[in-house]
Design a protein around this ligand. Structure first.
Ligand code: FE
Length: 311
């Protein structure tokens, strides 16, 4: 056991000073959070006798994390983003909100700016010889079970290499490839004509994978498709589905899998008439139920840094 100094007056004064508690300006909420987090860190260093070498390894790691631009990816991998979902689930339960399609994490790879089409969009811009055609379709309904007209459905997913456009390290994809948006009509229906994604792996030499390696964890996700559902009279839904049959469905490094978010994959023919590259294709029906505004407000709008682009 190393020396215990956390409880000393000197350390407690240091914490207060470092968190700005003695200052008149700055934000009280921000000070409160920094004071708590810094206190927890100092206490952990005492309790676990974390050595200077270990502290500096951590500090250096934060530099690498920033250089790699992977802080949001690490937030997913360490379950922080899942934890926020679990807290929102609990808040919904407390507020008596029930019956909507479950939320799951947004992840760090959304790009705003896909053109909004009416009801149907073909979103594969680049050829991908290793990917089979896929039609994603469904109906957006409200809590009353009626179709929601005018809902905007956005989706984004990886290609057959597990890369997302804009973030593709090979530079192979056109901006906004495999990203789309449609507005539902009176029937509440939406459809994306696209290509089957595969699972995603963290950049192998990035800071996130480095940390996961040290924990003995992998950094892979099952094949999945992300969605935002936005409607004027409902709360925004951020969710995903996993592609049925993927071996990693219950071993997702980002903990996004939910029982209700694994729709069936159906083999179909007639793709040529839909403008798909093959006549045989796979279809996934993903019907979604939105939840009502809470006292007239959408409390599901989360602000975070997002890429915005144009086609
Ligand atoms: Fe993803």
């Amino acid at each position: 056991m190393g020396a215990q100094v956390f409880q000393t007056k000197e350390v407690q004064e240091l914490l207060k000073a470092a968190a700005g508690l003695n200052e008149g300006s700055g934000g009280p909420r921000f000070r409160q959070i920094v004071y708590r987090l810094l206190s927890d860190l100092f206490k952990a260093i005492d309790d676990l006798d974390i050595t200077p070498n270990e502290v500096w390894a951590g500090v250096n790691y934060l530099n690498k994390l920033g250089q790699d631009g992977e802080a949001a990816l690490l937030a997913a991998g360490l379950g922080l983003e899942k934890y926020l979902d679990l807290r929102m689930d609990a808040a919904d339960k407390q507020a008596g909100i029930d019956g909507g399609t479950p939320r799951t994490i947004e992840g760090p790879l959304y790009v705003a700016g896909a053109p909004v089409r009416e009801s149907v969009a073909k979103i594969d811009i680049d050829p991908d010889h290793d990917a089979a055609p896929l039609v994603i379709h469904g109906t957006v309904t409200g809590p009353d079970g009626n179709p929601v007209a005018g809902a905007v459905v956005e989706c984004w997913h990886a290609n057959s290499k597990g890369f997302y456009s804009h973030f593709d390290p090979t530079g192979a994809q056109t901006e906004l490839n495999l990203r789309g948006a449609v507005r539902t009509g009176v029937d509440g229906k939406y459809e994306f004509r696209t290509l089957m994604p595969v699972g995603y792996g963290c950049p192998p030499h990035g800071a996130t994978q480095q940390l996961l390696n040290a924990l003995g964890r992998h950094g892979n996700r099952p094949a999945h498709v992300h969605f935002f559902f936005t409607s004027a009279n409902h709360r925004k839904l951020t969710t995903q589905f996993n592609v049925e049959g993927d071996p990693l469905i219950w071993d997702d490094f980002a903990y996004a899998t939910r029982e209700e978010l694994i729709p069936h994959v159906i083999e179909k023919t007639g793709g040529t008439a839909l403008g798909l590259k093959d006549d045989a294709y796979e279809a996934i029906e993903f019907n979604v139920t939105l939840t009502p505004l809470l006292q007239g407000k959408d409390n599901q709008i989360v602000n975070r840094l997002r890429v915005e682009t144009t086609a």
